[in-house]
Every structure is written in structure tokens, then in C-alpha cells.
Design a protein around this ligand. Structure first.
Ligand code: S3P
Length: 182
């Protein structure tokens, strides 16, 4: 029963700075799916930024509301959903994602994530106050903690050269999965 719309949702997971939003938008337009960014939806729903929300209410409440928002994506169809870097790592989220959609982990080594985050314009509360040494140490440590969740993804792709070609091959393999779905 669940399987009927399971394959019509693609969840992109991976560390902050991995390129989930960029790939998500490209995948969505290639598949003619809607694009849904969990952080953006959070900000719309709670009329604030994720950064301000963390400052005002803390991470614990953010994780609870983020989880609820994730569950609300269960009713979407034909959608690519870009999750936050921590989304799959709390509660039963990763198992839920795999039961409700196809998950893609965009994998990048710590040094590449570091280079991207150090130059990022987006304000990310978990790393905003860190100096460069602290940032690299944080990425190394957090990635180790989070990889066991990320590795449960249906598809793992390298985020290093996310060229149009590699995205097309992801789309093709997803179309194959769709065709084999009863
Ligand atoms: C977080 C990642 C952020 C956002 C929040 C917490 C995390 O999303 O959800 O700042 O725990 O890694 P992005 O991965 O889109 O930056």
C-alpha cells in the first residue's frame, strides 16, 4: 500500500554544504517533480529563520518540529525533498525516509565540506560561531557520528563532480526503479 507512492518521493540527505538544494532543484526539474526544501518550509511555517529559531528556542525543539515537518512530507507525491543535514539523524527519521521514499546520500569528504562551509553565505547555527580550526574538527567529528545514518541511503553518490551527466544517470537509475515498481 505504502509502496504505491514511495517511489514518487526522493529524499536528498547529507552534511551541511553537500549541495542538497542545488542537486534537488536539478533533479526535480529533470524528473518534472516538485522541489521541497525542508529548511525553507520550516522557515515559512514558523515565520523565522532556522538560525534565529536555534538562538531563541534551542536545538531540541528544532529537532522535534523538524521531525514533524518531515513526517508531513509523507503525503507528497512526485517530489524531491531536500532535508537538513541533521534531519536523518534524529528519532527514527532515516528509517522513515527509507520507508516513504528513495533516499540519496550526497557524500563529500570533510575537507571539501570545510572549503564549502568556510565560504558559505547561508547562516548555519551549528557552525556560525566556529573559527576555521574548530570548524574542521567539528565536521570531522559530526560526520563520523552522522555517517551511519547517511549510509542507510538507497543510493550514495559523490558530491565532488555533480555534473549534469552524473545527475542524468541518477535520474535514469531512479526511472528504472520506478519502472520496476509494481
Ligand atoms: C543542520 C543543517 C541545516 C539546518 C540546521 C541544522 C544540521 O541544513 O537544518 O542548521 O544539523 O546539520 P543544511 O544541511 O541545509 O545546511
Amino acid at each position: 500500500m505504502k509502496g504505491s507512492n514511495k517511489r514518487s518521493k526522493i529524499y536528498l540527505i547529507g552534511f551541511m554544504g553537500a549541495g542538497k538544494t542545488t542537486l534537488g532543484k536539478t533533479l526535480a526539474s529533470g524528473l518534472d517533480y516538485k522541489f521541497y526544501d525542508l529548511d525553507k518550509e520550516f522557515e515559512k511555517k514558523y515565520k523565522t529563520t532556522v538560525d534565529l529559531f536555534f538562538k531563541k528556542y534551542g536545538e531540541k525543539l528544532f529537532r522535534e518540529l523538524e521531525y514533524k515537518l518531515l513526517l508531513s512530507t509523507g503525503s507528497l507525491e512526485n517530489a524531491v525533498i531536500s532535508t537538513g543535514g541533521g534531519t536523518p539523524c534524529f528519532f527514527d527519521s532515516m528509517d522513515w525516509i527509507n520507508e516513504n521514499g528513495t533516499s540519496i546520500y550526497i557524500k563529500l569528504p570533510p575537507k571539501v565540506l570545510y572549503d564549502r562551509l568556510v565560504n558559505a553565505k547561508k547562516k548555519r547555527p551549528l557552525v556560525a560561531e566556529k573559527n576555521e580550526d574548530e570548524l574542521l574538527a567539528y565536521i570531522n567529528e559530526k560526520l563520523k557520528e552522522r555517517e551511519p545514518f547517511y549510509r542507510k541511503a538507497d543510493i550514495i553518490i559523490s558530491g565532488i563532480s555533480l555534473s549534469a551527466g552524473s545527475i542524468v544517470s541518477v535520474i535514469n537509475s531512479l526511472n528504472k526503479i520506478n519502472k520496476h515498481q509494481p
